[in-house]
Design a protein. Structure first.
Length: 382
């Protein structure tokens, strides 16, 4: 369940402000998650102002500043962190660079919103969470699917007893179909970089499962690499892939419910995202176009008894919780905007409802357990 208790913080966000200044590390003027999600989300919210950007070179920084109307642009992230009007630092670079940039922002006393996965591995993630606790600053991790109105609706239905006692849950999903990727995503082919099927589509999907139904008590996993060569779209070059393209998990949740998950990529096609929750009285079915539920809109269907599930309309009170974001509904920026809106409310109210670095540790612990089970063939207790 979301946190409602306040924790002491020593960052600039310890004192609520009418407008929070944001600095974004890792901005491209033409592509990338900052341009696709963070910037549209922040522009829609009156209580945020984008005050600084940084990019990997001077030309990109200049072009990003012009494209997004931000005058303070930097190549050196330390210069961005030194700006006194920056309250929140958003880290939207590739995963291998997260730990260094996040650590610098935390040391500067800034609140940090870091994209998921937080680290390349569990060690990285624990180190960042410990550093955040040491400096007493607010943190956010990009598990934004939790903020989707459809997920709030599913939690509400479960709380109201729509399915009765949850007996089991099944999730199947597809990440990237086929054997071609664009050049900017080629780094995801190397398992060592920590941005792959297991950490991203499986990580996001499992986070929803655990957020809604509770954590695993134990699990078993299988991973495999069935398609070890991938083509780079722009060049036609064939690249060796070391990250698994098949991940299957079966386990028992702490509630006693049985959970099974199979997420895959590099197959020709198939179901994008299908999640069923089966209980003693009914069924819920949540679907999307791909196994990245924080990006693609979610549809909820349900049935009680043995009827076929039919679509259930998400209540307007949930879809319109943040009226300023209505124009982004259905776009990748919508759930990210909901995170930022909830963070601003948390700052104002002294609450903690957005996923933070401690939540990231929990999810990386599940990923680590999956890796250990898959490599040893043994069931892992959590």
């Amino acid at each position: 369940m979301p946190r409602t208790g306040a924790r002491e913080t020593t960052s600039a966000l310890a004192v609520p402000k009418s407008t929070l200044g944001v600095g974004i590390v890792g901005v491209s003027p033409v592509r990338g998650w900052a341009a696709t999600a963070h910037i549209p989300a922040l522009r829609a919210l009156a209580n945020y102002e984008i005050r600084a950007l940084s990019a990997h070179d001077a030309e990109s920084a200049r072009a990003a500043g012009e494209a997004f109307g931000v005058s303070a642009v930097f190549v050196d992230h330390e210069q961005l962190l030194a700006q006194p009007d920056i309250d929140v630092v958003a880290v939207t670079v590739k995963v291998p660079h997260h730990r260094a940039l996040v650590s610098a922002a935390l040391a500067a006393g800034k609140a940090v919103y870091c994209e998921w996965p937080l680290g390349r591995d569990l060690e990285d993630t624990r180190a960042m969470a410990a550093l955040a606790a040491k400096h007493g600053v607010r943190t956010v991790v990009g598990l934004q699917a939790r903020q989707a109105p459809a997920i709030a609706f599913v939690r509400q239905l479960l709380s109201d007893g729509y399915v009765g006692e949850v007996l089991s849950t099944t999730m199947v999903g597809l990440s990237i179909p086929g054997d071609v990727v664009v050049q900017p995503n080629s780094y995801m082919l190397d398992k060592a970089n920590g941005a792959n099927l297991l950490t991203i589509p499986v990580g996001h999907s499992l986070d929803l499962l655990n957020y809604v139904l509770g954590e695993f008590a134990e699990l078993s996993a299988v991973s495999d690499l069935r398609r070890p060569h991938i083509t780079i779209e722009e060049t036609g070059e064939r690249i060796v892939k070391t990250a698994a393209d098949q991940i299957a998990v079966i386990g028992t949740l702490r509630s006693g419910a049985t959970a099974s998950v199979h997420i895959r990529e590099a197959v020709a096609g198939g179901t994008g995202f299908l999640w069923e929750i089966n209980g003693t009285e009914g069924t819920l079915r949540i679907t999307a176009d791909a196994a990245v539920p924080g990006i693609f809109p979610l549809t909820v269907a349900g049935a009680q008894g043995r009827n076929e599930p039919a679509e259930l309309a998400v209540p307007a009170a949930l879809t319109q919780k943040w009226p300023a974001l209505t124009g982004l509904e259905g776009a990748p920026a919508f759930n990210v905007g909901c995170v930022y809106a909830a963070l601003a409310a948390d700052v104002a109210n002294g609450t903690h409802t957005v996923p933070d670095f401690d939540d990231a540790v929990l999810r990386h612990e599940v990923i680590d357990a999956i890796e250990r089970s898959a490599s040893t063939g043994k069931r892992v207790k959590m």
